[in-house]
Design a protein around this ligand. Structure first.
Ligand SMILES: [Zn+2]
Length: 388
């Protein structure tokens, strides 16, 4: 059967998956266009769509187009019933959980936040459960249609089994978060690395729809990167593909929390910038906001720290362009609040290190609030309908 709303599993045939994914991500599509796009016969499209229509996931719009001059009966495009099912998405940060309720097309219907005082797994599960209650209370729709929860956090995540292998900011290793959160909330839970979740959301519902290849780079506490190659999100065999934060850009550089040396993140992550700024200014309590203010005020040594950080980030982005050749690269993240301090250094270093035509790859810069990350977690949960 198709999307196991009751079983939480998907066991549909590939044609049904392809039809559902295409209609979901690209909007109303006629059967003729679907058949052409997917290389299926019209009869196969009709057969694949039937159970999706019966289960209420797809519906036929009123006939508005003809397949050609003098062609027979007009085509009725297939569209997603966005309110067939709703999804919770939660982004976990070091000190807060941020959540949203989305429909099937990843439109946000409610949002909420809760502070996180304790990184202990049990305390985090309690806050996730409370946040889920808050979200359902705020959600104006039919809460019995909420069956799934997507969780996104930074670190080394095995999405397939819902395992957090390593979370540097929560200090977790090998935590089966998917199973534990499912037991606590009673929902079907998906867990994904936050940057990969954001990339997946862009791929299905944002700038990446239809793109063969693109990359998303995030700048902040961590330096992350999500990659889409040949239309697919790349996870890599061990789930850590695209970790540009841990590319070495200076083999004699500072030690990194990952155990490596001279990683992009050890130079350009927020903690690294703060540590360097404290060292240069002799102010052991300096915050990132104070470091930004000093740099903007013209403090040469602190400006130099941001310049070096921008250079390291640009090297990382250039490595992505050289290895993968994406059509475009989106740069985002909470560190972008100080983008004026990084911008020219990122671009200069990218242009210097990108090989040949790879330097033509446009960098687009877009700030994203944490609710967008939560929406991305929900998008991964939506994907789990058809991509186990
Ligand atoms: Zn590292």
């Amino acid at each position: 059967m198709f999307p196991g709303i009751d079983t939480g599993t998907f066991a549909g045939p590939p044609a049904a998956t392809a039809v559902f994914t295409t209609v979901l991500t690209e909007g109303p599509v006629s059967r003729v266009a679907l058949a052409r796009r997917l290389g299926l016969s019209s009869a196969a499209v009709t057969k694949a769509a039937r159970p999706l229509i019966d289960l209420g996931y797809l519906h036929e719009l009123a006939a508005t187009e003809r397949s050609g001059p003098g062609a027979g009966r007009p085509a009725s495009p297939l569209a997603v019933r966005a309110e067939r099912e709703f999804f919770l998405g939660v982004k976990i940060t070091a000190d807060e959980v941020i959540g949203v309720v989305c429909d099937l097309r990843a439109q946000v219907h409610a949002s909420a936040r809760r502070p996180l005082d304790d990184p202990d797994i049990d305390a985090v599960l309690t806050e996730i459960d409370r946040l889920a209650d808050d979200l359902l209370d705020a959600f104006p729709g039919d809460r019995t249609r909420v069956r799934r929860l997507g969780l996104a956090l930074s670190g080394d995540i095995d999405r397939g089994i819902g395992l957090v292998r390593y979370s540097p900011f929560l200090h977790w290793r090998d935590v089966p978060l998917g199973r534990l959160a499912s037991q606590r909330t009673g929902l079907t839970v998906t867990v994904e690395n936050d940057v990969k979740a954001l990339t997946a959301a862009e791929h299905w519902f944002g700038e990446g729809v239809g793109a063969e290849s693109f990359a998303l780079v995030t700048v902040g506490t961590g330096i992350g990167c999500g990659l889409v190659v040949n239309g697919r999100l790349v996870s890599g065999s061990y789930g850590v593909a695209g970790e540009i934060g841990h590319l070495t850009v200076d083999a004699t550089g500072p030690d990194c929390h990952c155990g490596g040396r001279g990683c992009v993140e050890s130079i350009a992550g927020t903690d690294a910038i703060v540590a360097q700024a404290r060292d240069r200014t002799g102010r052991p309590d300096l915050t990132i906001n104070e470091a930004v203010a000093l740099a903007r005020g013209g403090h040469e040594q602190v400006r130099g720290i941001f310049a070096r950080a921008g250079g390291a980030i640009g090297c990382g982005i250039a490595a992505v362009a050289n290895l993968v050749g994406p059509t475009r690269i989106v740069v985002s993240g909470e560190g972008l609040a100080a983008y004026d301090l990084f911008d020219s250094h990122i671009r200069a270093s990218f242009e210097r290190q990108a090989f040949g035509a790879a330097a033509r790859c446009p960098l687009s810069i877009r700030p994203l609030p944490f609710e967008e990350w939560a929406r991305a977690a929900a998008a991964v949960s939506i994907q789990s309908l058809v991509v186990p």
